[in-house]
Design a protein around this ligand. Structure first.
Ligand SMILES: CC(C)(COP(=O)(O)OP(=O)(O)OC[C@H]1O[C@@H](n2cnc3c(N)ncnc32)[C@H](O)[C@@H]1OP(=O)(O)O)[C@@H](O)C(=O)NCCC(=O)NCCS
Length: 182
């Protein structure tokens, strides 16, 4: 088995990330592709949010995605709603600026987080929610081992209209651990 170096490094979010995360949280075009609701935020709210998500928590892992080639923060990947009873959690990922997309960084970040979830946190199942129209993201999730499970009708409001969300899920047995990345 050949050892490959991941193109990303996952690290805790820092107060100094505020310029990047504030730009992303205020970008309606990014939120148009995300399952979450767009809520523009001011700098003080963003700083408070960064303080909160950078603290260790029992029910969440919130990490920044760093491009190993230049050290720049390019996005975020989260495991949320970690449940110790069912040993499950929900994956969220985005690459914030369009210029950094399509370069393999999102896939590498997901692989690293999923491996952490199964290998170290002891999860047995990960799920996620995605807009059914986000075919690029769905193709990526299927390549990682997620399967389409069900539609949640009208689960989110976008541009004033209810939109469905697709729930996808994966158990550890469906994940390819073969390509271990340092
Ligand atoms: C979806 C996303 C995380 C993928 O990360 P990425 O680094 O751009 O993608 P990668 O280079 O690792 O490529 C993996 C797959 O992502 C998809 N992808 C690539 N570029 C993309 C782009 N600009 N927009 C959306 N999906 C893209 C493709 O399906 C690609 O697979 P393919 O090569 O078979 O076409 C990233 O494009 C993104 O954050 N997009 C906007 C927000 C979003 O849709 N997040 C997911 C919400 S559930």
């Amino acid at each position: 088995m050949s050892a490959e170096v991941s193109p990303v490094i996952l690290r805790a979010l820092l107060p100094t990330d505020v310029n990047d995360t504030l730009r992303w949280h205020n970008d309606p075009s990014l939120y148009a592709t995300l399952a979450g609701t767009f809520r523009p935020v001011d700098r003080a709210t963003e700083e408070e949010w960064l303080r909160r998500v950078s603290q260790p928590a029992a029910d969440a892992v919130n990490l920044g995605i760093v491009d190993r080639s230049n050290g720049a923060l390019v996005g975020c990947v989260y495991l949320r709603d970690l449940d110790q009873d069912s040993r499950s959690g929900e994956l969220h990922v985005f690459i914030g600026d369009s210029a950094s997309r399509g370069r393999g960084l999102g896939e590498a970040a997901c692989r690293a987080m999923i491996r952490h979830a199964f290998d170290e946190l002891g999860l047995r199942r990960i799920h996620l929610k995605v807009l059914p129209e986000n075919v690029g993201a769905i193709r990526l999730y299927e390549r990682l081992g997620f399967v389409r499970e069900r539609l949640e009708p009208g689960a989110v409001i976008k541009d004033g209209a209810p939109r469905d969300l697709l729930v996808m899920g994966m158990t550890a047995s469906a994940f390819d651990f073969g390509n271990k990345l340092p």
